[in-house]
Design a protein around this ligand. Structure first.
Ligand code: NAI
Ligand code: ENO
Length: 368
């Protein structure tokens, strides 16, 4: 890839991850980030400069006039506010793209500003509940879908430029129009985040002063509510901008909860069975997809007697078969009451090889 000049407005988990990937791809790429607050640059921006990911931190947006591409990586309402400022600054073939979780509103704003030829909406379908450059990774986007929403006037060569940049970051580009994007993400991401937060708040408001619910909360509750730890400002912005689609799916969800409540009242056993069975079948049919380093771990669990030497025996067996271990330790939780040995590997191949080997030595192996 020829070296390019890339601008970032908003430099947290996603901006930082894209910057790391682009710098790793070609250290000659020049990366600049906008320092928007009146205070001194954030720890993230300073850290990225020290890590030699960022070349320039600037308080002056006119410095972005040299950019080949600008990534808007702030909360969605803030991203929109930069379009009008950038319009008079950018060079004629500069691509302005965003990574925001909502596409319709920014698309509309770009068209109103006659930025059709420069703006291409973007949304990497990867991330986590973490925030900030500190949590970023050059591999965050690896094997993740990356939605692109061009305008009707996006020049084909500009779309191809962004598409190949996405591919070079090991993500999978998919072209979807802004309206369809907002319906899909409302159903699979935005409403689930609202549900997770509502569930946590329900428990918080129902707990007793000794916090027994909080103490006993485990397994399933933690799985389903992980995303409730996400950035409040980011989700506030998403709700304020994808309101129509979110309300549409929230209504369906509320209806389904009401149906369950009615089935409880009427003790409708067959409804309840089918409710769980249908959900389980669909959940089990979801494609297994690697979505990036942060979300993916290769691990197995095995029954061992919780005594001195048990870990060493397994570790030695793996080492003599040239299988590298990333992490190993006994864990106790509700799912494995007796305690199991959890072994984490760096890669899928090692994980599969270890599983076969340990089964051969008559260990009971659980893969998840
Ligand atoms: N967190 C995730 O998993 C994903 C987030 N997104 C989208 O990416 C965008 C960024 O999210 P994250 O990187 O996760 O959040 P983050 O909180 O890690 O980073 C956001 C950055 O934007 C900065 N910022 C806030 N207001 C600003 C303003 N007015 N001007 C310039 N910078 C400003 C913050 O200081 C922070 O550094 C959001 O639009 C979000 O919808 C997209 C995919 C996944
Ligand atoms: O952590 C998770 O599971 C997420 O859902 C991350 C995420 C958050 C927002 C997006 O627009 C896309 C992905």
């Amino acid at each position: 890839m020829d070296s390019i000049t890339v601008g970032f407005i908003g430099f947290g988990l996603i901006g930082g991850s894209i910057a790391r990937a682009l710098k790793e791809l070609n250290p000659k790429n020049t990366l600049l980030a906008y320092h928007y607050s009146k205070k001194k640059p954030s720890i993230g921006l300073i850290g990225a400069k020290e890590d030699r990911i960022l070349d320039i931190i600037t308080e002056d947006l006119t410095d972005f006039s040299v950019c080949d591409i600008i990534f808007l990586c702030a909360p969605v309402l803030s991203n929109i506010s930069y379009l009008s400022q950038l319009k008079s600054i950018i060079k004629s073939d500069c691509i302005i793209t965003d990574v925001g979780s909502v596409k319709g509103n920014i698309h509309k704003a770009a068209l109103e500003l006659n930025l059709d030829r420069n703006f291409i909406g973007g949304h990497p379908m990867a991330g986590s509940e973490k925030t900030g450059y500190e949590s970023s990774s050059s591999r965050l986007l690896e094997n993740a879908y990356y939605i692109l929403s061009p305008t009707d006037l996006t020049p084909p060569d500009r779309l191809e430029f962004l598409r190949s940049l996405v591919v070079s970051m090991s993500a999978i580009p998919v072209i979807i129009n802004a309206g369809e994007h907002d319906d899909i993400t409302a159903a699979i991401s935005h409403v689930p985040h609202i549900i997770a937060a509502a569930l946590v708040n329900m428990v918080k408001d129902s707990d007793d002063p000794e916090e027994k619910m909080k103490t006993l909360a485990a397994g399933g509750f933690k799985d389903i509510t992980r995303i409730a730890s996400s950035s409040p400002v980011m989700w506030q912005n998403i709700c304020l901008t994808n309101t129509v689609s979110i309300k549409q799916f929230l209504k369906l969800y509320i209806t389904s909860l009401q149906d369950v409540s009615d089935a409880l009242s009427s003790q409708d056993a067959s409804y309840l069975f089918e409710f769980f069975e249908t959900a389980g079948d669909y959940r089990d049919s979801l494609p297994v997809k690697v979505t990036g380093l942060i979300n993916r771990s290769y691990e197995i669990y095995l029954d061992v007697i919780d005594e001195a030497g048990a870990i060493a025996t397994v570790a030695t067996l793996l080492a003599t078969n040239l299988i590298s271990i990333k992490n190993i330790g006994i864990i106790h939780n509700r799912e494995f009451e007796q305690g199991v040995l959890r072994i984490e590997f760096y890669e899928e191949g090692a994980c599969n090889k270890a599983s076969l080997l340990l089964k051969k030595y008559r260990y009971t192996v659980y893969e998840r």
